[in-house]
Design a protein around this ligand. Structure first.
Ligand code: NAD
Length: 369
């Protein structure tokens, strides 16, 4: 009798796991909603599982890969970002890991867009006014006004999958768009967006002409009304354009005092201490954050200062949290489906067993002949 394939999932990722059960895999799922302790992951890997399903909460490094030497065949991550997985360590042990790119692109971009709108139009303080029974009268400008998004300038930092989707949504709101990406400029896409902007103006759909262009980070920071981050987290020494604390005291000081920052990328891309100060001292007008340097956001975070609540939106790493995006078993639609398919591809040797041809494997370089 052949041995059943053993898989440990550090988290329940929903019905997509039934695909593995139906295939006869021996699947163990960590039952708690919190992340398991690292020691438990190491123990499970040491016990000989061939597949490991992870989330961004799990630190997957040399200790885990060493524990799986000779047995662990794939780490399958439910996220597009993989800053919790040490790529160099995975390559050293020649263990492929997969991610769930693309299926969360539109959900994450629309969330960034909605955060921008909620912040700019002051939806949160306005609802509080109503709920707290402080809405005493209709008045042209009291107790406060918001700012329109339509017609303003947005800077999209990082023009990969999610950045380009954000651009598409902002173009629909007649915004001028500045783009910055030191490693990947999709000029064809930007040209196509400019053509649709021009057509909307010519046909009377948009009242004003709008524009999109690539520019420098400095120009983005100095000129934009909204700055939206769509970069991966790369710490110093990882990759050629580290993004750790890309937004810091100096970059915050170069923004307009009316500027607003939106971060749906990764928390450590923003220096939170500097940001809290920037908000307190009005260097910038607002920030909307979905991700934090430490998650969940610590109780003593300066971002929780009630004095900042009117201009600082705080969301719980929620940008991809749409039902279909998170849970669909269809690998073309859901993170769960794509995560499971990525694992199956490696375990069952799809694509002729050639890891470099498997679409969801990230570290293909370790397997190039
Ligand atoms: P992607 O790889 O397609 O795009 C990232 C882009 O950032 C690339 O074009 C890259 O060249 C660019 N980049 C790298 N360093 C840069 C720098 N220093 N300055 C400017 N641009 C730089 O990735 P994606 O699918 O668009 O996802 C982007 C990130 O969003 C992920 O890595 C993840 O961390 C984050 N994310 C968060 C959520 C959430 O729930 N909040 C959901 C999905 C993705």
């Amino acid at each position: 009798m052949t041995q059943r394939i053993r898989v440990f999932a550090t988290c329940d990722i929903g019905d997509a796991l039934n695909i593995l059960r139906q295939k006869g895999y021996d699947l163990e799922v960590y039952p708690q909603p919190e992340a398991p302790p690292k020691a438990l992951i190491v123990e499970k890997v040491k016990s000989g599982v061939q597949g490991l399903i992870t989330t961004l909460r799990d630190s997957i490094d040399a200790e885990v890969f060493a524990a799986g030497k000779g047995t662990l065949r794939v780490v399958s991550q439910l996220a597009v970002g993989f800053d919790n997985i040490n790529r160099a360590d995975a390559n050293k042990y020649k263990i492929p890991f997969t991610n769930t790119a693309d299926v969360l692109t539109e959900a994450t971009a629309e969330f960034a867009f909605f955060l921008m709108g909620a912040l700019a139009r002051k939806l949160w303080p306005a609802e509080h006014l109503t709920r707290d029974n402080q809405w005493g009268y209709w008045h042209p400008f009291l107790p406060f006004l918001g700012d329109e998004v339509t017609g303003k300038t947005v800077a999209v930092i990082g023009t990969g999958r999610i950045g380009l989707a954000m651009i598409k949504k902002c173009a629909g709101f007649d915004m001028d768009i500045l783009c910055y990406d030191p490693a990947y400029e999709n000029r064809e896409y930007i040209q196509a967006i400019q053509e649709t902007m021009d057509l909307r103006f010519e046909r009377g759909i948009s009242r004003d002409k709008t524009m999109i262009r690539y520019t420098t980070l400095d120009d983005c920071l100095k000129s934009a009304d909204f700055i939206s981050l769509h970069v991966p987290l790369q710490r110093p020494g990882e990759g050629s354009n580290p993004t750790y604390h890309l937004i810091n005291e100096s970059t915050l000081r170069s923004m307009k005092p009316t500027a607003m920052l939106i971060n749906t990328s990764r928390g450590p891309v923003v220096d939170e201490t500097a940001l809290a100060r920037a908000l307190r001292e009005n260097w910038i007008a607002g920030a909307a954050l979905d991700v934090y340097e430490n998650e969940p956001l610590p109780a003593d975070s300066p971002l929780r200062d009630p004095g900042l609540a009117d201009r600082c939106r705080l969301l719980p790493h929620f940008a991809s949290a749409g039902r279909i995006t998170r849970l669909s078993s269809d690998p073309e639609k859901g993170m769960a489906g794509r995560c499971v398919q990525g694992l199956i591809d490696v375990i069952e040797g799809n694509y002729g067993g050639d890891i470099t041809k498997m679409p969801y494997v990230v570290n293909k370089e370790a397997f190039a002949k």
